[in-house]
Design a protein around this ligand. Structure first.
Ligand SMILES: [Zn+2]
Length: 133
């Protein structure tokens, strides 16, 4: 039970951290739906990271890990498709803008989209690419 509370909390924290990032381009937002979707997306990826680390720490069984991973993967994919639809395929340029701002900071970055990732992250919080080597 605490595992799930943990997952939820981490997701919320990450979503909270990422939220201002997406608020900087209000002009390109057709409505609040897109922001809502991005929050959901960030949360889903945060969940995936949490599941992976919980599994590694032995808090989740292999079976539970796979089930949860599949669940949030599908959720994230669905959200991504809807974001693409809403943004009219213009999302990549917008992400690039944010990425360039973020690249000035230090840390690891996703090899696919360049988003910053935390040392323990298994999946990119931005595009969901697996970061495991
Ligand atoms: Zn990425």
């Amino acid at each position: 039970m605490t595992v799930f509370a943990n997952i939820l909390l981490t997701g919320l924290v990450i979503a909270f951290v990422l939220y201002p990032l997406f608020r900087r381009q209000p002009a390109s937002e057709p409505d609040g739906r897109l922001q809502e979707l991005r929050l959901k997306q960030a949360t889903a990826y945060a969940m995936l990271n949490e599941i992976a680390s919980d599994h590694e720490a032995g808090k989740l069984s292999e079976k539970d890990c796979r089930e949860l991973e599949t669940k949030y993967r599908q959720e994230a994919d669905g959200i991504l498709k809807e974001i693409d639809l809403l943004s009219g395929g213009d999302l990549s340029g917008e992400i690039e803008k944010g990425v360039r701002q973020l690249r000035r900071g230090k840390g690891r970055f996703c090899s696919q989209c360049g988003a910053p990732v935390k040392p323990g992250d298994r999946f990119c919080p931005q595009c969901g690419r697996s970061l495991a080597r």
